[in-house]
Ligand binder design. Structure first.
Ligand code: M6R
Length: 621
């Protein structure tokens, strides 16, 4: 995980670096640091355990002015989160300073070899190995006759080092003897170069560049970029020099500001009427009562041949996939399997050439989802993605796919991405259904329901006040159970995940009927159960499950439709939501659960947008 920024040009670099690190904090926030070229020819390194705020404080008491520098915000993999393990790391005697995102799998062998050569390690990180390795190869290059003012000397040292690394990296490297240059390299961890006016930027994703430049070059694996203020040289490990393909970003800076909201998570929850609308915009074909997609890149013949769909994802996206399974099987009658990407990548399931694999991901950078997609691609299957982040690795590597258009999701807890994913999956169910046996009338009906969702979701958000009351009552509980059936089973899983990740309360999601096969043993008067029980085909069954909890004195919080007397009679607290057909309920019922997790986390004094131990994009295995 971790976030990287870098700059070479004419600006005061620490301002950009610190602001950029703030924007990348979603990728990790165990520690932060910067390295800046100094007029005296040295590289100043400032680093601090904790959030970027702590680094900003350190820079106030000990400034490091300059116009070339790199920065890093860390999600710890090797070694605890402390000042020493914070990046940047120094190689040799200070001639190389670098930041790294990724994992070096063979670091212990390399460390032993470098120690044998006399290199002294200060940290417990895998990254320091890369710093010393580059310093070592730089020395070798100089011995071979390379001069310190020739770019090739540095490039060769970096290339020789990279050849020895096993694992993943996004690297930004400073060299003491070349105060006008940064070398960046990528394998498995994303990097984007920003092209400005006599200046260049480097970052893990485009968010730090917003407001500075909209001209970007996404690096691919095994590419190396040599950046000076006025030049960008791009090389590929195997093919040599490349000409950079510059793209224009269309992100606007307001999308990554909190506006009037206290937290990104709350802002993103309240954006959902709009983001659901965005997910559907231009995707209805009213004449044919179906959906249309610009980027699937498969012919109607190829799409009609598909007789099995695999949805692969992690975390919240995996929960959306479970909803997708129900939707696609109901409307298109195509068998669907949902696979954790972390399992799929190492399994060898039978996959025929009539199977389509969809990777579902908000960030487009999740390491397991990327690896699962690549594995399926290697086996010759069309790889498709449902992705939010334009230009992300998965979006670029997929053969085709559908964007969510939800805008940047900054809060670590995924909210608007989930409802957008479900919306897109409903559109796909309609599309595949109409290619098979779904009738024109049924297609029309589904379109009508989908079109109503932005307004329905606006009304759903009115539950916020009653959610606050429930949160006030239960924020000190230590265990929660979330229960739902059919379309609301994935919602129960998602509600439990939201609560766990931002409030640190243990929570389990279960299909409501499964509860009596074990979890019911947890029930007592201190363990609330959250029932997701809107009117549906299994409503009576869920009511019976509520009775079972009530008989054991478990407090019940119900997410139910307005004016539901049965639920009101059984539950201690009812949070009401508008009534919609079963298959669109996840878009509605997930919202009070997002708000409940948010309000409970607030009352417990947790950092809602940056929960402990987590990062927004999980770019390591
Ligand atoms: O970016 P992705 O959708 O691939 O991320 C997958 C999970 O890491 C993510 O959904 C995670 O579970 C969220 N923090 C949950 O809120």
């Amino acid at each position: 995980m971790c976030g990287i920024v870098g700059y070479v040009g004419h600006r005061e670099v620490t301002d950009f670096l610190v602001e950029g690190l703030h924007r990348l904090e979603y990728r990790g926030y165990d520690s932060a640091g910067v390295a800046v070229m100094q007029p005296d020819g040295l590289i100043a390194v400032r680093k601090k355990a904790g959030r970027v705020e702590a680094l900003a404080g350190a820079l106030e008491s000990q400034p490091a002015g300059g116009s070339v520098g790199i920065g890093h915000t860390r999600w710890a993999t090797h070694g605890p989160a402390n000042d020493i393990n914070a990046h940047p790391h120094v190689g040799g005697q200070g001639e190389v300073v670098l930041v790294h995102n990724g994992v070096i799998e063979n670091y212990s062998q390399l460390r032993a070899q470098l120690q044998g050569l006399g290199y002294v390690f200060k940290s417990a990180t895998d990254t320091e190995v890369v710093a010393h390795l580059v310093a070592h190869h730089l020395e070798e290059q100089v011995k071979l006759g390379g001069t310190i003012d020739d770019n090739k000397t540095y490039l060769r040292a970096v290339e020789a080092s990279l050849r020895k690394l096993k694992g993943t990296y996004g690297l930004a490297i400073l060299f003491r003897e070349r105060p006008d240059m940064i070398i960046a390299a990528r394998n498995g961890s994303p990097l984007v170069v920003g092209v400005g006016d006599n200046e260049h930027y480097i970052a893990s994703d485009p968010s730090p560049l917003v407001g500075y430049t909209d001209q970007v070059v996404f690096l691919a694996d095994h590419e190396i970029a040599v950046l000076t203020a006025d030049r960008l040289d791009l090389r590929h490990r195997d093919t040599g020099r490349l000409s950079p393909s510059v793209q224009t970003l269309n992100q606007v800076s307001t999308e990554i500001e909190k506006g009037d909201f206290e937290h990104y998570m709350l802002k993103e929850i309240f954006e959902q009427p709009q983001t659901i609308e965005n997910a559907m915009r231009g995707r209805f074909d009213e004449d044919e009562a179906t959906a249309k997609f610009g980027g699937l890149n498969l012919t109607p013949q190829q799409l009609r041949r598909i007789d099995r769909i695999v949805l692969t994802a992690c975390g919240t996206s995996w929960h959306a996939a479970l909803v997708g399974e129900y939707l696609i099987e109901e409307f298109a009658r195509v068998p669907v399997e949902v696979e954790y990407a972390s399992e799929l990548r190492y399994r060898n399931p039978p996959l025929s050439d009539r199977t389509a694999v969809f990777a579902i991901t908000q960030s487009g950078e999740t390491a397991d989802t990327l690896a699962a997609m690549r594995e399926c691609k290697r086996k010759g299957l069309p790889s498709l993605a449902i992705c939010n982040t334009v230009g992300s690795t998965i979006a670029r590597e997929a053969d085709g796919g559908v964007y969510l258009h939800a805008g940047p999701e900054i809060g670590v807890a995924s909210t608007k991405a989930f409802t957008s994913q479900v919306t897109v999956l409903a559109l796909l169910a309609l599309y595949f259904g109409r290619m098979r046996h779904l009738s024109f009338q049924a297609g029309k009906r589904l379109i009508g329901h989908l079109k109503a969702m932005p307004e329905v979701v606006s009304r759903t958000l009115e539950c916020h006040e009653s959610v606050k009351e429930v949160a006030q009552r239960y924020h000190e509980a230590t265990n929660f159970l979330y229960l739902g059936r059919l379309y609301n089973f994935p919602v129960a899983l998602e509600g439990a995940l939201k609560l766990k990740e931002i409030s640190y309360i243990h929570a389990e999601g279960y299909p409501a009927a499964e509860m009596k096969h074990g979890p019911i043993a947890l029930i007592d008067e201190h363990t609330p159960s959250v029932f997701v029980v809107p009117r549906s085909g299994v409503y009576d069954k869920v009511i019976s499950n509520m009775e079972e909890i009530r008989a054991r004195k478990g407090p019940i919080i119900a997410i139910a439709c307005e004016e539901d007397d049965n639920v009101a009679a059984l539950a201690d607290h009812v949070i009401t939501v508008p009534s919609v057909d079963d298959y669109l309920q996840p878009i509605v019922t997930s919202i009070p659960l997002q708000l409940l997790a948010y309000e409970i986390a607030l009352l417990r004094g947790c950092n809602v947008d940056r929960p402990r131990n987590l990062a927004k994009s999980v770019t390591v295995e």
